[in-house]
Design a protein. Sequence first.
Lengths: 113, 113
Amino acid sequence: GDSVTQTEGQVALSEEDFLTIHCNYSASGYPALFWYVQYPGEGPQFLFRASRDKEKGSSRGFEATYNKETTSFHLQKASVQESDSAVYYCALGGNTGNYKYVFGAGTRLKVIA
Amino acid sequence: DMKVTQMPRYLIKRMGENVLLECGQDMSHETMYWYRQDPGLGLQLIYISYDVDSNSEGDIPKGYRVSRKKREHFSLILDSAKTNQTSVYFCASTDGGGGAEQFFGPGTRLTVL
């Protein structure tokens, strides 16, 4: 079945550092790829999506590019802030027309001021 | 106001008791979901509902059942709760299929003693 792998379980950075969270997927079809962010005590919030190869999704300074060749959708931000501290989830959905979503295990980002 | 609500937010039950978790959405979305979230496992899909009385098992349906009698309302039922069902449960909805963003509720933290 489809799967999503997030390499980093936790990331600790200082403010203004560059962020990369790695996301790789395995799917037989052509899924849409998503990033969600979850703050303590809340549900995940949609960050952005990409639906085709080489498409870039972006929001709030975060971005990721759909790469079908490397089956990746890595999240990046040029300069993180303390307020970016949260758990980030990579997900895929809409593969072969079904309504299921598959989430990665999540990456906890801690930004130190 | 696009919103998914969940009740209750916190619940403590004893093993063997019945549990009812409720979810509502005000967006007239056809598709709704129940997930559970456990550390290191991300979000695991329990059930999908495509519309009223049209439900489908997700990846971990054992020990759970659902009910959807109105489009805006989706319930998760645990008959005779078990300690390994202690978790945080999230409801979500989407406008359409798996390529659309999901809107999540704030979650219900369930503890089964």
